[in-house]
Design a protein around this ligand. Structure first.
Ligand code: THU
Length: 133
């Protein structure tokens, strides 16, 4: 693993430890590397009213904006095995708002990074900010 990916992995792993997931018991952490190079992390936050829960990616995006960054260069999503913890459909669209189709989405588990995709692979022919300009 490169140092840059290692840093992203550590941030997402730490974020997973803060997840609030008493209903699904599926804890997720996400770490974004912004265009500035800074890392912003988030975790999933569930709710007794199930649909109100938010994904780790949404938390990381909120942290990124709060810190003053506006673009996503890459993201690592950390979830437990055995299945790959790929971003849900809504989060793919959230990522598209702040990142290009070329942005790399790493999917990791406790043993390390397991797969990587471009956002365009996960969300082909996306509708994004450019469609409204
Ligand atoms: N979840 C995330 O936070 N990110 C993903 O990429 C996939 C799913 C959360 C939502 C919910 O709290 C739990 O995982 C189970 O779906």
């Amino acid at each position: 693993m490169t140092q840059a990916l290692d840093d992203l992995f550590d941030a997402a792993r730490k974020a997973q430890a803060s997840a609030y997931a008493p209903y699904s018991r599926f804890r997720v952490g996400a770490a974004i590397r912004a265009g500035s190079g800074r890392i912003h992390a988030g975790c999933n936050v569930e709710n007794a009213a199930y649909p109100v829960g938010t994904c780790a990616e949404a938390g990381a995006i909120a942290a990124m904006l709060l810190a003053g960054d506006r673009t996503i260069a890459e993201i690592l999503v950390f979830g437990d095995e055995p299945e790959l913890c790929t971003p849900c459909g809504a989060c793919r669209q959230r990522l598209r708002e702040f990142g290009a189709g070329t942005l790399t989405v790493h999917v990791a588990g406790p043993k390390g990074p397991r797969a990587r995709f471009t956002l365009a692979e996960l969300l082909p022919h996306a509708f994004g900010p450019d469609n409204l300009s």
